[in-house]
Design a binder for this molecule. Structure first.
Ligand SMILES: [Zn+2]
Length: 290
């Protein structure tokens, strides 16, 4: 009898573990505007919403010419990732800072940082500028994943980012918000992939905010069609905290008419592969998918 109970308990805990793995969520888009205060607010919001997170990308964005500030903020993120192991630091440089930006990239590489964020609108630069191209190329050589805002606030956003990714085939990009309301552009990808030698599979997206807006909207079917066209394997979930909560993003994704497997990939598996999350805490650089 005791053995039966023990066996039952074992089965229960195994299925519990399986469920936990199914439900894992990585939030790639969390703005850490105010250091530890932001981290605590983010975790507090998750707790009150009853939303678990397996890991999250904490984002900083560098200001042009403020080199000491940039280094300090990047160091702050790395320090926070030691205290909060779920936090993956997404550091930043400014593409117009020239050699200093390259030096900071090398320093971040030595610190084990795996990703940087660039934001043409917030950081006030042109995504088509040669300096952006050079920086993204270098970032890719060092193995960084480059997140870039793709909310189409600036004219030509999609087109510039697409050409940037074509020009730097060894750099893995995450274009955040998947073009927002201009998401239709990215349906060009399945056709572009048929052009021999044109592109690598280096374009990924997060669906932060956009998924909240488009779930249950008149555009929902077209959005789901787009998700499959750009490739379910290329999609990550993000909240864009503090503008939106992770719970909003998870719930919106759940409402989309996707399969369970597709949702699981978007919630966790794709991020896990792209950022080698199993060694989130080790300083070694990821080997896959490069
Ligand atoms: Zn954002």
């Amino acid at each position: 009898m005791l053995m039966r109970i023990l066996h039952g308990l074992l089965l229960l805990s195994i299925s519990g573990l399986a469920l936990a793995a199914e439900d894992r969520v990585f939030d790639v888009h969390v703005h850490i505007w105010e250091g530890e205060k932001s981290v605590k607010e983010y975790l507090g919001q998750l707790q009150s919403a009853g939303q678990d997170v397996a890991g999250f990308g904490g984002i900083h964005m560098a200001v042009l010419g403020k080199l000491d500030h940039t280094r300090a903020k990047n160091d702050d993120l790395v320090a926070l990732s030691k205290r909060y192991p779920k936090l993956m630091p997404i550091a930043s440089v400014h593409p117009y800072d020239g050699e200093a930006a390259f030096a900071e990239l090398a320093r971040l590489d030595a610190l084990g940082v795996k990703a940087i964020k660039l934001h043409p609108h917030t950081q006030k630069f042109d995504a088509a500028d040669e300096r952006v191209l050079a920086l993204c190329k270098r970032a890719g050589e060092l193995g960084f994943v480059v997140l870039m805002d793709n909310a189409n606030i600036l004219p030509g956003d999609n087109q510039k980012l697409f050409n940037l990714a074509l020009a730097t085939p060894k750099t893995h990009f995450v274009f955040t918000h998947l073009g927002a309301l201009e998401f239709r552009f990215w349906n060009i990808l399945p056709l572009a992939r048929t052009a021999k030698g044109l592109m690598e599979n280096n374009i990924h997206f997060d669906i932060a905010g956009t998924v909240v807006l488009l779930a249950d909207s008149p555009l929902e079917d077209e959005f789901v069609w787009t998700l499959r066209n750009v490739g379910i394997d290329n999609l990550l979930l993000g909240s864009d905290f503090p503008q939106m909560s992770l719970k909003q993003g998870v719930d919106a994704l759940e409402r989309l008419p996707l399969t369970e497997e597709e949702k699981r990939k978007i919630r966790w598996e794709n991020a896990s592969r792209l950022f080698s999350l199993e060694d989130l805490k080790s300083p070694a650089k990821p080997t896959a998918p490069r």
